[in-house]
Write a protein that binds this ligand. Sequence first.
Ligand code: GLC
Ligand code: GLC
Length: 647
Amino acid sequence: MTAWRARRADLAAELTARFGPDDGDLLLARIERRWRDVHEALAAVFAPRHDPAALLDRLLCRVLDAYEERSAELRRLDRRREIDPGWFQSPQMLGYVAYVDRFADDLPGVAEHLDHLEDLGVTYLHLMSVLRAREGDSDGGYAITDYRATDPRLGTMDDLEQLAAALRRRGIALCVDVVCNHTADDHEWARRAKAGSATHRAYYRVFEDRALVERYEEALPEVFPELSPGNFTWSDDLDAWVWTTFRDFQWDLDHENPAVFGEMLDVMCFLANRGVDVLRLDAVPFLWKRLGTDSQNQPEAHRLVQAWRGLLNVAAPGVLCKAEAIVPPGQLVQYLGAHDRLRPEADLAYHNQLMVMSWNGVATRRADLMTHALGRMRQPPPGTAWCTYVRIHDDIGWAVDDVDAGAVGADPSTHRAFLAAFFRGDFPGSFARGAPFMTNHAIGDERTSGMTSALAGLAEATERDDAFLVDQALRRVRLLYAIAMGWGGIPLLWMGDEVGLGNDDAYVDDPERAGDSRWLHRPPMDWQAVELARTDPTSIPGRVLDTVRELAVARAGTPQLRSGGATTTFTTGDAAVFGWIHEHAAEGRLLGLANLHDDPRTVPLGVLDRLGPGAVVDVLDPAGDVVGPDGHLVLDRLDVRWLVTTR
Ligand code: GLC
Ligand code: GLC
């Protein structure tokens, strides 16, 4: 803090001279609030090689430039959000996730479908593959060639700005990826490095020494073992090995270089000033590498996010950072800033464990593992929110922790193998029609691809033309989404799930996609199915759409589901019924019950004691009786209750 005191007076004068007394004071307050966190974070990453105070000064210049560039409209939005910093914690927040080119033809085309999103109650839209990626295979747009240009096939930066403005008018926040761990091998920095620029070579993790590469490899897992084995790629142009965690054309940036930090900060400010509300920081666990470790979740990776966010907040405090960290349950909440003390980090992070455990629950029809694993997780800091989800564009990795499996008497690797087999559809009694993703035989790991509906049994049911099984599958979809929507956080709807779209096998005919089964669950949007859903509520798409709408409406009207609370689990007295409580300090409790079984189940009434005094209502069935005639709490097969007390 001494550093701050010494700097404060000068900075105040500089800011007033440059921005006038009002804005100058506003900026001073913003900087003051974040100074310590950013300074500490920069020091932890860059000292002693670089002086953190000098670095912070230089970075502040960049964010002040970004502030200057920020439009009056966006500054007003910042002001509103500074007054209501919990704006994204409202239970009315509902996310939708889509590839631009699969959802519509292009960016202007997205604007034509906003009625559909508004009708679903969507208030947050994550659009993928917006920015210019390399030609040919680009890992679904995650190999960026130019962070300041859109994919030319989809439109221009102006189109993106217009779309952001159109979304804003409808109260929908726009989320775009910042792929900060790596660039495409044809990004300008990479091209300059190949042409001999030492400055740009130092942007990447480049190794002349094969022995060192091998030492790193000893402890490194592989993300895409089938498509891109190993973590390094030889480059003739560099005459060296370059670190490539993902595909060989995705070059990992060297975040030990503060120039890289500054470049990415500029990219974030640039996108924020185009009207992007949420920056999805891609693959953040991989940002920092450390010899002898798996080079994931290193303390410095967290520090980088903390510093970016603190600095971005000075220019654009209304913009959120979302961490894409698909990591083990014990490592997750740290991305929201829960460390030895709160160190503000991302505002949003994926609740990967909830997703994995929900699928585990429907496969096993048992609540024990999810009760235990989710019950053991630390709570997110009050100012943050999870993104809860059932499916997104990536595979499902079976992140069942060894300790959690052991606690319920399961052998961890056997159980993970069971889940992979079950969702591949190769286990007796399985209803799922998924596909393996990146099987790694050496370590016995298999991940899973597939759309929600296919994994939940709808494909099997329609193949067998069995109305009862269709009903079961639709109930399972509802159950999964009811857990995601009833947990607290921003629930994300994966494009197509709202009408129960199935797997898309066509990807195997495209040589660029054939080796990556994630394309199985990235089908083009089926607008005819949407039309059918709207005109015929008894059709399958119609039934799914009704379910999604029902949950969204119920959720929006349930203040207890405001994010920023704590979610705990409990044993319900029935092994097949999963129980959880979301408690928000100001809004009270919601008690969730999910019957994972194919038969009705009965839960002892005592569970209601957890809600405290008051008349109990099921917000998913407000007119129904919570307590059955025999004095028990009965849940129909695969049914869910969201219980609250009336006040
Ligand atoms: C993220 C993306 C994924 C991509 C990877 C590498 O995990 O969600 O689709 O393959 O990062 O950029
Ligand atoms: C992300 C995740 C990993 C996932 C991969 C590709 O980096 O960490 O679990 O498999 O992207 O989908």
